[in-house]
Write a protein that binds this ligand. Structure first.
Ligand code: NAD
Length: 245
């Protein structure tokens, strides 16, 4: 038996980075995956290697109508949904003095609203048969980072929304677990577009390096599988010691 045999997963923002690493890992462990992303071109190419085990659906996670479409198509194609990985996100450098209205709403709409809609529609889809919802937060969801003002607020919101939804499901008797994952900096397109920051970012981690996407996928896989059956409403940190300081 593979660790995700007979399970179907939706992975948002799965065209690249951490989401793509998770899709790869999930398929290797027997799952069928629905990869969604705003980037249709890269998204369509990314699933090619998964054959019949994956479909791609274009989605903007901040739009409620896009969520309805994704759930409908995923259920029509694979019959059921067992795992939802709310991974799509954007990064933006800004601080408490320089933040502008447009940037604030842009970051919050993808990084917080996108997860909020995912949790809402994920619960509706999985409340009968059960499942696991995994929300990608960050170390920025646990500690303050002064030049990531909007991102910091959104990721902190993801941590709390995760706990609230986990308690709600438990109280309702829905067999759904909801947890958040908190990576330190990871080698993905999100971070690799700033090569000039590489050394200073590495120095923030006591282990002296950034994470590889697969190291985050290992944690996500654990939470997606039945091995994490008693974990809900919790924060899973994968940060090379960053927040231990
Ligand atoms: P990435 O930029 O490499 O990939 C993110 C993907 O999300 C892209 O394919 C992008 O097209 C997609 N996306 C962006 N906006 C979207 C939207 N509105 N709807 C649907 N898809 C959208 O990023 P990553 O580094 O793989 O990050 C994945 C998640 O992990 C994010 O939530 C990020 O905040 C979080 N995270 C990343 C790091 C890091 O250092 N890379 C650290 C901590 C947390």
């Amino acid at each position: 038996m593979a660790r995700l045999d007979n399970k179907v997963a939706i992975i948002t923002g799965g065209a690249k980075g951490i989401g793509f690493a998770c899709a790869k890992r999930f398929v290797k462990e027997g799952a069928k995956v629905v990869v969604t992303d705003v980037d249709e071109e890269v998204g369509q190419k990314s699933i090619y290697e998964f054959g019949d085990s994956a479909i791609f659906i274009k989605q903007d996670v901040s739009k409620e109508a896009d969520w309805q479409n994704v759930i409908k198509k995923a259920e029509a194609h694979f019959g059921h949904i067992d795992i939802l990985l709310n991974n799509a996100g954007i990064l933006s450098f800004n601080n408490a003095e320089e933040i502008d209205e447009k940037t604030w709403h842009q970051v919050l709409s993808v990084d917080l609203d996108g997860v909020m809609w995912g949790v809402k529609f994920g619960i509706a889809a999985m409340k009968e048969n059960g499942g696991s919802i995994i929300n990608l937060s960050s170390i920025a969801g646990l500690i303050g980072i002064s030049n990531l003002y909007a991102y910091n607020a959104a990721k902190g919101g993801v941590s709390m929304l995760t706990k609230s939804a986990a308690l709600y499901c438990a109280e309702k008797g829905y067999p759904i677990r909801v947890n958040s994952v908190h990576p330190g900096y990871v080698h993905t397109p999100m971070v690799d577009v700033y090569p000039e920051m590489r050394k200073s970012l590495e120095a923030l981690h006591p282990m002296g390096r950034l994470a590889q996407p697969d190291e985050i996928a290992n944690m996500v896989l654990y939470l997606a599988s039945d091995e994490s059956s008693f974990s809900t409403g919790s924060e899973f940190v994968v940060d090379g010691g960053y927040t231990a300081q």
